[in-house]
Ligand binder design. Structure first.
Ligand code: HEC
Ligand code: HEC
Length: 370
């Protein structure tokens, strides 16, 4: 026993070396992030257009062209620093292209996809127009899930679903967890910071006031009482879905991907929102119909009746999708089985429902009563 402590020393040294390795690795990634925070941002085509329209530049003050466009007097606001501008630009990129389809490296989106399980979700799929959907004359649209208006109102100051006072950052997290079927980013993550910077900028750019509720915030919700009170109907839903939506979102709602790029997102299946998202009809029945009526079918918005939208949403709610984060392992496993067995089964049976026509009177009736 000449060296009685050798093994102990070796063990301790291995632990120390490991810890040092972790420390240096963390230091290295930290430095890389810091470097990246200072790098010029390559904008997506949509963000390039949007931020140019709002004249985002450095200077002695910021004045939004949106007011002049609407024949109002310009207001001078505190200027944005070069650092602010880069955060706003990255925020826009993340909203517009969360998956980084236009990015050269995943770091360009702060690897936002590590908080998302599937590979379709982009915030812009629901928060359209890069979170700032507008009509042809620059008019802000009711129920368009505007992020600028949401920031102005402090997120959704009092959240009726959780009963909590949720700041804007926590509302983003909810969307990462449920609408994007993913995980919770830290409140101080660059992803959250940049999205907040961008949303705050949007709010100023269209000249919103804080603590106001504007109609473009959230969804123009459709309760059952605002329909023909026929009840939500699966059969009508499946017909309408196949006529109006399937050519983009797919017969089974699995979306359309071309050359690795998501062209039309999934509305069901593993890449879609989960069962604890407010978009899920059986969780909150008023939101998805409101989204559909105001924002879909893309290019023909506001053409469906309230009853149509509820029927379609009811049908979409019946398609298999991931379980929510608090539903437990049995539900999660069951949903996995359903998601992977139902679409091929539907294919096999090939429901004839798809070709059933609605009676004409009923359609005319639908439209006149709206
Ligand atoms: C599948 C659709 C969908 C996707 C994808 C989605 N959201 Fe949402 N988002 C919603 C809905 C629905 C609400 C809730 C509106 C309500 O409660 O009235 C919402 C609410 C929000 C709110 C709070 C808005 C408010 O005014 O209260 C924020 C912030 C937000 N989302 C950010 C994001 C971010 C960031 C992403 C991308 C990671 C994202 N969302 C992805 C549908 C979506
Ligand atoms: C012309 C193609 C097209 C048609 C038709 C269409 N959509 Fe969409 N839909 C899109 C695109 C594209 C998006 C993503 C948003 C964007 O890029 O503006 C989207 C987004 C959505 C979303 C939110 C995204 C998500 O992940 O859930 C839902 C829900 C949706 N559509 C439902 C419908 C329904 C229901 C219909 C039929 C009434 C319909 N869509 C018809 C193209 C279409």
């Amino acid at each position: 026993m000449r060296y009685p402590h050798t093994r102990k020393y070796i063990r301790i040294s291995v632990i120390i070396i490991l810890l040092m390795g972790i420390y240096f690795y963390a230091d290295y990634t930290h430095e890389k992030r810091e470097l990246f925070r200072n790098t010029v941002v390559k904008l997506t085509p949509n963000c390039e257009q949007k931020l140019k329209k709002y004249a985002l530049t450095t200077g002695n003050y910021y004045s939004t062209p949106y007011r002049q466009q609407n024949a109002e007097n310009p207001v001078l606001r505190t200027p944005y620093s070069a650092e602010d501008i880069r955060a706003i630009q990255r925020g826009c990129n993340i909203i517009d292209d969360t998956q980084g389809q236009y990015a050269e490296s995943a770091l360009e989106r702060w690897n936002a996809t590590r908080y998302i399980r599937g590979n379709h979700t982009s915030c812009d799929h629901c928060h359209q127009g890069a979170g700032d959907k507008q009509g042809t004359n620059g008019d802000r649209l009711i129920g368009s899930l505007s992020l600028g208006a949401s920031w102005s109102n402090g997120g959704d100051a009092y959240d009726r679903f959780t009963g909590l006072l949720l700041p804007f950052e926590l509302r983003q997290m909810q969307c990462f967890i449920n609408s994007s079927n993913g995980y919770k980013p830290n409140i101080f993550d660059d992803v959250i910071r940049d999205i907040t910077a961008y949303s705050r900028f949007l709010s100023g750019a269209v000249n919103l006031q804080t603590q106001h509720r504007y109609p473009e915030q959230g969804i123009d919700e459709i309760p059952a009482s605002a329909t023909f009170k026929r009840g939500d109907d699966y059969v009508r839903g499946v017909q309408l879905y196949q006529q109006k939506c399937a050519h983009c979102h797919g017969k089974n709602g699995l979306g359309t991907v071309t050359e690795g790029k998501v062209i039309y997102p999934a509305v069901a299946g593993p890449n879609s929102f989960n069962r604890q998202s407010r978009n899920y009809f059986r969780f909150v029945s008023t939101i998805l119909p409101g989204f559909i009526c105001r924002n879909m079918p893309l290019g023909e918005e506001n053409t469906l009746t309230n009853q149509d939208c509820r029927d379609i949403a009811f049908y979409i709610g019946n398609m298999p999708r991931p379980a929510g984060d608090r539903e437990g392992p049995v539900s999660a496993a069951w949903q996995q089985i359903m998601m992977h067995t139902l679409p091929p089964l539907v294919e096999l049976i090939n429901l004839e429902l798809i070709n059933v026509e609605l009676p004409h009177e009923e359609q005319a009736n639908n439209i006149s009563t709206q």
